[in-house]
Design a protein around this ligand. Structure first.
Ligand code: GTP
Ligand code: NA
Ligand code: MG
Length: 345
């Protein structure tokens, strides 16, 4: 009902898949940024976090109204970028454990590659629902770009030869997923979303299918996962990175998965020389739809609500450990107990 929908938090979506399938580029398309081109060797080496307020998503889904009446009941969407390079299994594991739903990005011209298969195993193990972005449709020979269009309109405007190539790639992909034990179908023909994996053809460069992808993520999380998206009073937060920032000293980049964090909160986290207890000096986020891992003009907040990525400035963070939990000392908590808890993780 309407009252309980007000209590929904923003869902968290992780992007997973083999190196260079276009994970960061898809996010760049959604953000209208060029993060990927600034990466060393074009390779992602950290977990990213980008928060999209719901009004931005609604605008990006406008072209979907030709086919459906999208509903927007959550405050926004947090998307977590992960590296696809083989050496970052730990970061993919962390990313997949943080999310409610995932986008598995597949290069439609390469099939299911090594780290795609590894990502599928992570998602299976975590029972995490996922959709497939079948990316790089614009590389089909003869593709006529229809920038930022929904995929059905874009496909309808292609020549018969392009459509035939597309269909043969799609069918080949479905066979590869069948070999991994998954039934799959292009999402607008999928009659059983809970059993059959949805495929969304996309181009991260020309933007076809990106509205479909955002629409589908919201549809699936809002209608099928609303229980998981209820606010918890208990805070859930994970440290992504420990970083020195000019003017701020050592800061931590954190994914706040549930609850509310305030300036002045007493926090407890894991450190390499033992537990750290400190007080939040400042809560900082990038502008909406900007990447947390990229230095920017941060916005300062008195409080932040899940889910989002936040930079925390506080004393004594020098030895904080990425990947560990962050706890808040509540009125009924004993700080010493919480110190034991974080070190037990
Ligand atoms: P890692 O984070 O290193 O695992 O890679 P990634 O999956 O984030 O891929 P990335 O965004 O770095 O893209 C890899 C290369 O593919 C870049 O050169 C992109 O420009 C290109 N690319 C990504 N998506 C598309 C697409 O849809 N169409 C075309 N033509 N090129 C794409
Ligand atoms: Na890359
Ligand atoms: Mg990347």
């Amino acid at each position: 009902d309407a009252a309980s929908q007000k209590d929904l938090r923003s869902p968290i979506c992780a992007i997973l898949g083999h190196v260079d399938t276009g994970k960061t580029k898809l996010l760049d398309n959604m953000r209208k940024t060029n993060v990927q081109e600034g990466e060393a060797g074009g390779i992602t080496q950290q977990i990213g976090a980008t928060y999209f307020p719901i009004d931005m998503i609604e605008k990006k889904c406008e072209t979907m109204r030709a086919y459906t009446d999208p509903q927007f009941n959550v405050p926004g969407l947090l998307i977590i970028d992960t590296p696809g390079h083989e050496s970052f299994t730990n970061l993919r594991t962390r990313g997949s454990s943080l999310c409610n739903i995932a986008i598995l990005v597949v290069d439609m011209h390469h099939g299911l590659e090594q780290q795609t298969l590894e990502s599928i195993r992570l998602l299976k193990d975590g029972k995490t629902p996922f959709v497939v972005a079948l990316n790089k449709v614009d590389r089909i020979f003869g593709w006529e770009p229809v920038p930022n269009s929904n995929i059905r309109d874009a496909l309808a405007k292609q020549s018969q030869s392009v459509q035939a190539q597309f269909n043969s790639r799609l069918e080949a992909t479905k066979l590869l997923f069948a070999e991994q034990g998954f039934n799959s179908e292009v999402y607008y023909k999928n009659k059983n979303m809970s059993k059959v994996v949805s495929i969304v053809p996309t181009s991260a460069v020309t933007g076809e299918g990106v509205p479909d992808l955002l629409y589908l993520l919201l549809e699936l999380t809002q209608t099928r996962m609303s229980k998981q998206l209820m606010y918890l009073s208990e805070l859930e937060a994970t440290i992504l990175e420990v970083k020195v920032v000019e003017g701020l000293g050592t800061t931590i980049d954190v994914v706040l998965s549930n609850g509310i964090l305030h300036e002045g909160d007493r926090i407890v986290l894991c450190g390499s020389n033992g537990p750290i207890a400190t007080t939040v000096r400042a809560l900082l986020t990038p502008q909406p739809a900007r990447e947390l891992r990229i230095k920017s003009a941060y916005i300062r907040h008195k409080e932040v609500k899940a889910a989002l990525g936040v930079k925390i400035s506080a004393p004594d963070l020098e030895h904080a450990i990425a990947g560990s939990r962050l706890l808040v000392v509540g009125p009924d908590d004993d700080e010493e107990d919480l110190k034991d808890d974080v070190m037990d993780d």
